[in-house]
Design a binder for this molecule. Structure first.
Ligand code: LLP
Length: 421
C-alpha cells in the first residue's frame, strides 16, 4: 500500500498534488511519501514483535539524509555497505551501535572509520577480510564484533543479477566451511563473534527460499554453539519483494515473513536483525517525468520523456517493469493505446517500456513511474551530462526539496584541467 492516489482527477503524493511539485521543482524528479516509508518500516517492526530485534534499513535502496532521518527517528537501524553510507547514516543521527556493516570488499580504511566511530557489527564475508578487521581492531586497541555471512546455497528464484545465495555467487563463505571459519575467528583476539549473517537475494516473491536458508542457519546455530561459540545474534538480510504491478499476485507480507522467522528461528533465543531495503522505500517513491514529444514511428508511437535511463536504470539494467501512470487521471472508459516509452539518451537501451497501453498522451503531459523509491535515485548517473534529478519528500500537505537539481556550472566545474592540456 502507498500514499500516491488520484484525487479529483489528478495524482497526489499524500495531500500534495504532483502537479504542484512539478511546477515548483521542474521535471524529472523523485518524490517520496513519509507516511509510506514509516508504514513499511513499522510493518517489519511489528512483524517481529515479541522477539528481541532490530530492523536495519538497507540504505543502499534510498539514502537521502531526510529519508534516513525519518526512519532513524522511528527506531530503525541501518545496514551500510561502504564508508560513505556509514558516514551518511551517522550524519543522519544513527548511533554506531545501530549500524551493521555488510559488503564483500570492505577496505582497511573503511573498517578503521567504522571501528573508530562505533559499529554494531561487521558482517564478514571472507577469511582475508576477517584477518584485516582483526589487525585494525588490535591496532586501535578495541575488539570488533562480527558475524560471518554464510552462503547457504539456496536458489532465491529472483533475477540472476540480484541473487546472492547460490554457491557460485561471490557472497559469504560456503556454509559447509562454517565450523572451520568460526574456529579461525575465535583464534583472533581482535574479534568477538556475536552471530551469523545470511542474505540470499533481492525481490524474492516467495517465502520458501528464505525458509530453506533460515532452517540451515538454525541448524548451524546449534552446531556452532556446540562447538563453543556464543551465537546470540542472527542477521537475516533483506530481500522481501514488492508488487511492481497491480496485475501480479502480491508477494508475501512482512507479517507472514515475520511469522516464518519466528517459526524457523524463534526457539534459539537469538536477537534477530533484518535488512529490508526495497520493501521500505520501493513503493514509497515515484519518478515523475514529462512527455517532450509524441513521435510516430513505423507501426508504433513513442513517448519521448525528459527522464531517461540515467535517472532510473532498472528497466535497462534488469528488464524491470515499473507501472507508468498519467498524472492526470484518464476519464473512465478512455480507450488505451500502446506506446514505446523512452528517454532522450542516445541508446536503444534507454527504453522504459515497450508497447505499454496508456490513454492518449500529448507533449507536456506528466507521467509517474511507480515503485521507483528503491534503487532509483541512488543508481542515477550524469550520463549525457544530464544533472542528477531532484528528490522531494512529502509529509501530509507539506513538501520539501531534499536534494536540489545541480546547476550545469556545478557539474562542469567539478572537472579540473591540468595546465599541460
Ligand atoms: N542486505 C544485503 C547484504 C544486501 O546485499 C541487500 C541488497 C539488502 C540487504 C537489501 O535487499 P532488499 O530488501 O532491498 O531486497 N539494484 C537492484 C537491487 C540490488 C540489491 C542488492 N542488495 C535492483 O534495482 O533491483
Amino acid at each position: 500500500m502507498d500514499h500516491f492516489l488520484y484525487r479529483d482527477g489528478t495524482l497526489y503524493a499524500e495531500d500534495v498534488p504532483i502537479t504542484e511539485i512539478a511546477a515548483a521543482v521542474g521535471t524529472p524528479f523523485y518524490v517520496y511519501s513519509t507516511a509510506t516509508l514509516l508504514r513499511h518500516f513499522r510493518l517489519f517492526d511489528e512483524a517481529l514483535e515479541g522477539i528481541d530485534h532490530l530492523v536495519c534499513y538497507a540504505m543502499k535502496a534510498a539514502s537521502n539524509q531526510a529519508i534516513l532521518k525519518t526512519l532513524a527517528k522511528a527506531g530503525a537501524g541501518m545496514d551500510v555497505v561502504s564508508v560513505g553510507e556509514y558516514l551518511r547514516a551517522r550524519a543522519a543521527g544513527v548511533p554506531g551501535d545501530r549500524i551493521v556493516f555488510s559488503g564483500v570488499g570492505k577496505t582497511e580504511d573503511e573498517i578503521r572509520t567504522a571501528l573508530t566511530g562505533g559499529i554494531r557489527q561487521f558482517n564478514v564475508e571472507s577469511e582475508p577480510e576477517m584477518e584485516v578487521i582483526n589487525a585494525v581492531a588490535l591496532d586501535l586497541g578495541v575488539v570488533a564484533p562480527i558475524t560471518v555471512r554464510v552462503n547457504p546455497d539456496v536458489d532465491a528464484k529472483t533475477h540472476a543479477k540480484i541473487a546472492t545465495g547460490k554457491s557460485e555467487n561471490k557472497f559469504g563463505i560456503p556454509i559447509a566451511r562454517a565450523s572451520e571459519v568460526y574456529a579461525h575467528a575465535a583464534r583472533l583476539p581482535g574479534l568477538e563473534v556475536v552471530g551469523i549473517d545470511v542474505h540470499i537475494g533481492s525481490q524474492l516473491t516467495d517465502l520458501e527460499p528464505f525458509r530453506l536458508a533460515y532452517a540451515k542457519v538454525a541448524e548451524l546455530t546449534e552446531r556452532l554453539r556446540a562447538e563453543g561459540h556464543d551465537i546470540r545474534r542472527l542477521d537475516l538480510g533483506g530481500g522481501l519483494g514488492i508488487p511492481y504491478t497491480r496485475s501480479n499476485e502480491a508477494p508475501p507480507l512482512p507479517v507472514e515473513y515475520g511469522a516464518m522467522i519466528k517459526e524457523t528461528l524463534g526457539h534459539l533465543g537469538c536477537e534477530i536483525e533484518i535488512e529490508p531495503g526495497r520493501l521500505i522505500a520501493g513503493n514509497a517513491g515515484l519518478m515523475v517525468s514529462r512527455v517532450i514529444y509524441v513521435k510516430s514511428g513505423e507501426g508504433r508511437d513513442f513517448l519521448i520523456l525528459d527522464g531517461a535511463m540515467n535517472d532510473l536504470i532498472r528497466p535497462a539494467m534488469y528488464e524491470a517493469h515499473h507501472d507508468i501512470d498519467p498524472v492526470q487521471e484518464p476519464a473512465p472508459g478512455t480507450e488505451r493505446r500502446p506506446y514505446d516509452i523512452v528517454g532522450p539518451v542516445c541508446e536503444t537501451g534507454d527504453t522504459f517500456a515497450k508497447q505499454r497501453n496508456m490513454p492518449p498522451m500529448a507533449a507536456g503531459d506528466l507521467i509517474a513511474f511507480r515503485s521507483a523509491g528503491a534503487y532509483g535515485a541512488v543508481m542515477a548517473s550524469e550520463y549525457n551530462t544530464r544533472p542528477l534529478i531532484p528528490e522531494v519528500l512529502v509529509k501530509g500537505d507539506q513538501f520539501a526539496v531534499i536534494r536540489p537539481r545541480p546547476t550545469f556550472d556545478e557539474i562542469i566545474n567539478r572537472d579540473t584541467i591540468p595546465e599541460w592540456v
